[in-house]
Design a protein. Structure first.
Length: 184
């Protein structure tokens, strides 16, 4: 007979008081050694999936709460916005008037935007050519010659062009360095 209070199976008659002997008691959950291994694996997977799902939901809720608590965008008159504007203007040459901003990029400069991809493709083709020429060598020799070729290619490859903006004068808040504080 099963009593709901204790959660055990027992052979004691109903209404009897006391705990039955240990040999008459068996746990409500069956012994796992008698269960099918496939069932145990599926249960473990299911509980792991439930835990992962709960963890994902917790992360999603935390992320949504963080997004909801963020303030609105900074206004143009905010002190941080002004600092960012001053920083950008510094890199544009500290212009005072809009027509003093740097000129728009030329076609050549626009093409040079992709210099990383172009240089990478050139390096790969050169290294493939070196590997093809050394196909009959051992792997150690191939690696050695490829490393030498990489160093030579890096020395030979031209650097991308760079044209700095013309400085129009000191920006707001920029103090000139005193002669006494300059480096020796």
């Amino acid at each position: 007979m099963r009593t709901l209070k204790e959660g055990w199976y027992t052979d004691n008659p109903p209404g009897s008081v006391g705990v039955p002997p240990a040999e008459q008691m068996s746990p409500e959950i069956p012994d796992e050694s008698h269960l099918d291994p496939k069932f145990l694996v599926s249960q473990a997977r299911q509980s792991r999936q439930q835990a992962d799902h709960a963890d994902g939901q917790r992360r999603l809720n935390r992320r949504a709460k963080g997004i909801a608590q963020k303030g609105s965008l900074a206004e143009h008159y905010d002190q941080y916005s002004r600092k960012i504007q001053g920083f950008v203007k510094f890199f544009l040459g500290n212009p005072e008037k809009p027509h003093d901003y740097p000129s728009t990029p030329t076609e050549r400069e626009l093409q040079d935007l992709y210099w990383i991809e172009k240089r990478s493709a050139t390096i790969i083709t050169e290294l493939d050519r070196v590997r093809a020429a050394l196909a009959d060598k051992t792997p150690a020799k191939i690696d050695y010659y490829v490393s030498i070729a990489e160093k030579e290619i890096c020395k030979i490859m031209p650097q991308p062009p760079f044209t700095p903006a013309v400085s129009k004068g000191p920006g707001r808040g920029c103090k000139p360095v005193n002669i006494q504080t300059k480096a020796d």
